[in-house]
Design a protein. Structure first.
Length: 262
């Protein structure tokens, strides 16, 4: 079933991982997609893959760093000129860095906030006016289970994702009367370049994550992408202001130890 046929859709951070999987799923659904990323060669490779697959959607790649206002403004102009006003925005672009607060240099803190928070602000700032013109739109922000609960040694990342969690609620309230819905996906551990680097650099990391999650496996990017397609569908227009965990049940757990049957 084609849920997003001809929907003008923008996906940031679409050159790898969840972003790439979502670009492909939107193309499968027949959307008109512009995706962006900082790595031009990666974007062109994704574009070629989609063209070879022959999906019904129309897809374009636009190089863009979402933390730079001029580039986001140019992205918005490109989308409007190419396809018309944006109807679906997936704010996916983000970076990650581990470390306690005193181990996080100011430059690293600013980089994470610049992309993970300012990037969502800037893309929303420039695309919401297009949605207001159409009197319709849906925005899906990329948060995380780390935006719902705390993690050890990830202060900057958790702070950024916590900001997105509450930004999502505020945006949903502000624009509901204008026909614009705003939700967020909050994935747990999902295969990506960053995750794979962790698995190869930290002893037994993959096994530890599998053990921690009730489902005992690592999510594939398409599992999160399918959730984004769901939230973008007009069939769920009454879902608004939700931060939806896609996490194999890990946030359902109090964290208390299993004591066995007693």
């Amino acid at each position: 079933m084609v849920e997003l046929k001809d929907k003008v859709s923008v996906i940031t951070g679409g050159t790898s991982g969840i972003g790439e999987a979502t670009v492909i799923r939107f193309a499968e659904e027949g959307a008109k997609v512009v995706f962006c990323g900082r790595r031009k060669e990666k974007g062109e490779a994704v574009l070629e893959k989609i063209k070879e697959a022959g999906y019904p959607g129309e897809v374009r790649f636009f190089p863009c760093d979402v933390s730079i206002e001029e580039e986001v403004e140019a992205l918005a102009e490109y989308v409007k000129n190419e396809f018309g006003n944006c109807e679906v925005l997936f704010n996916n672009a983000g970076v990650h860095q581990a470390g306690k607060l005193h181990e996080t240099a100011p430059s690293d803190w600013d980089r994470i906030m610049g992309i993970d928070v300012r990037g969502v602000y800037l893309t929303s700032y420039y695309f919401i006016p297009q949605m207001l013109e159409k009197k319709y739109g849906t925005i899906i922000n990329m948060s995380s289970v780390s935006g719902l609960l705390g993690d050890t040694e990830m202060t900057a990342y958790n702070t950024a994702k916590g900001a997105i969690t509450n930004m999502t609620r505020c945006m949903a309230l502000d624009y509901a009367a204008d026909g614009i819905r705003v939700n967020a996906v909050c994935p747990g551990i999902t295969r990506s370049e960053i995750v794979e680097n962790t698995f190869t650099s930290v002893d037994h990391a993959e096994e530890k994550f599998k053990e921690a999650y009730p489902v005992h496996y690592i999510a594939e990017p398409v599992e999160v992408a399918n959730t984004v397609v769901f939230l973008a569908s007009r069939k769920v227009d009454f879902i608004n202001g939700v931060n939806l965990p896609v996490d194999g049940g890990i946030t359902a757990h109090t964290g208390q130890p299993y004591m066995g049957r007693y």
